[in-house]
Design a protein around this ligand. Structure first.
Ligand code: FAD
Length: 385
């Protein structure tokens, strides 16, 4: 049985069949939609380029009993309690993703997680509308991009000193000019106290008037239904490197899973599309008794203000080395390579430099010692460093 019908859920069904599992598979999802991709929601959907991002997967051919609009409420050994009664399982994939955090206040507050959120928000964007976006993270930057393209007057309010602070730290400061160039009013170091009718109230008591408020301040794993089940939870469902949870016959994948990374020697929970795509094959292998380890170099991309931002790896404690000039005229092509004490690449950020991402990811996987001076020279291909 698969609980959660997002990308990780449907990929789990595909992987189970690809590994020869011929038994019955039931997949439940609380949304009333077929599985769909979320990255386009804040890009093509919000920009008006498409209304559907349904995953290209033939559920009939997969012979999956897919039940849309059914939510899991509890878990006991061998049984999932759902909004439509109990369902038995021999093996279970937990793939319930994550839910956006909301701010205090009783004013209308939009989040962007589902296709319904995206279509609803898009209908509110238009010339002259005042849009306040809370959070200059990945989602906030992409929403601001779309809202400006739609002709809105956009203010982005961020508590940290730079955009993308949680993911990139101080390096996120290089994206500040992008906001000004796009005509977005970016307020850094600004705390929101509440979302009220007519806009935001800030912690200093002042207000930002807005017709539309969008909150993009992060997500929490959607694991409340597992409370009391005995499964180990710690910022998501805790798994080993095979994606086994603490309960027999239960694996977890995607945004809700905090897996043991052999590569980095720590537990990782990565809210990125590539994880939802790749982890299910290992989870399916584990359920059918094949030996497999999930040990990826995590990968993520974002498209904001006309720039392609890509990141691979995990850079905690590593030394950053700049590649290229973020303030170059036109479309700057720059990035950062993080190296460990042995001059091995552990993470790469590539802004408008897609080749750096591809080559950097291979170097991280290879783990060889590099020439740090050459890494700093953007004219030298990463694979030649
Ligand atoms: P989800 O996609 O969240 O799917 C989980 C499903 O489970 C949901 O449908 C949910 O309703 C359902 N569910 C939850 N609880 C229950 C329950 N109790 N019972 C039954 N069903 C339940 N990643 C990138 O790498 N690059 C990007 O550019 C990017 N852009 C993004 C833009 C947006 C707007 C969003 C929201 C995400 C973006 N991501 C991006 C992240 C990426 O989409 C997620 O990492 C991915 O969707 C995770 O897939 P998942 O299947 O684990 O979880």
């Amino acid at each position: 049985m698969v609980v959660g019908a997002g990308l990780a859920g449907v990929r789990s069904v595909e992987a189970l069949r690809a590994r020869g599992f011929g038994g019955r598979i039931t997949m439940i999802g609380e949304e009333r939609h077929r599985p769909y991709d979320r990255p386009p929601l804040s890009k093509a959907v919000l920009l008006g380029g498409t209304d559907s991002t349904v995953v290209d997967s033939d559920l009939d051919a997969l012979e999956v009993d897919f039940r849309a609009g059914v939510a899991a409420k509890g878990l006991h050994p061998g049984v999932v309690e759902t909004t439509e009664g109990e369902l038995d399982y021999d093996g279970l994939v937990v793939a319930t993703g994550a839910r956006p955090i909301r701010l205090r206040g009783d004013g209308p507050q939009h989040v962007l997680r589902t296709i319904d959120d995206a279509l609803g928000l898009r209908s509110l964007l238009g010339p002259g509308r005042r849009v306040a976006v809370v959070g200059a993270g990945w989602i906030g930057a992409e929403v601001a991009t779309a809202a400006r393209r739609a002709g809105c007057a956009v203010t982005v309010v961020e508590a940290a000193a730079t955009p993308l602070a949680a993911a990139l730290g101080e390096i996120g400061a290089h994206t500040v000019p992008w906001y000004a160039e796009a005509g977005v009013d970016l307020r850094l170091g600004t705390m929101v106290a509440s979302v009220d009718h007519g806009g935001l109230t800030l912690a200093d008591g002042s207000a930002i008037e807005a017709d539309v408020v969008v909150t993009g301040v992060g997500v929490r794993p959607a694991v409340e239904w597992l409370a009391g089940s005995g499964i180990r939870l710690d910022d998501g469902v805790v798994t080993d490197e095979h994606l086994n949870t603490s309960l027999p016959g239960v694996v977890a994948v995607g945004d809700c899973a905090a897996w043991w990374s052999r590569r980095y020697g720590l537990r990782l929970r990565v809210e990125h599309w590539d994880t939802a795509l790749g982890a299910p094959d290992v989870a399916a292998a584990t359920l059918v008794g094949d030996a497999a380890v999930y040990d990826p170099v995590p990968y993520f991309w974002s498209e904001q203000f006309g720039h392609m931002v890509q990141y691979a790896g995990h850079h905690d404690g590593a030394r950053p080395i700049r590649r290229g000039d973020p303030s170059a005229q036109g479309k700057p092509r720059w990035g950062t390579c993080w190296v460990d004490a042995g001059d091995r690449l552990v993470a790469v950020l590539a802004v408008n430099r897609p080749r750096d991402l591809v080559q950097g990811r291979r170097l991280i996987e290879g783990g060889q010692r590099l020439d740090v001076e050459r890494l700093a020279d953007p004219a030298i291909a990463l694979r030649d460093c």
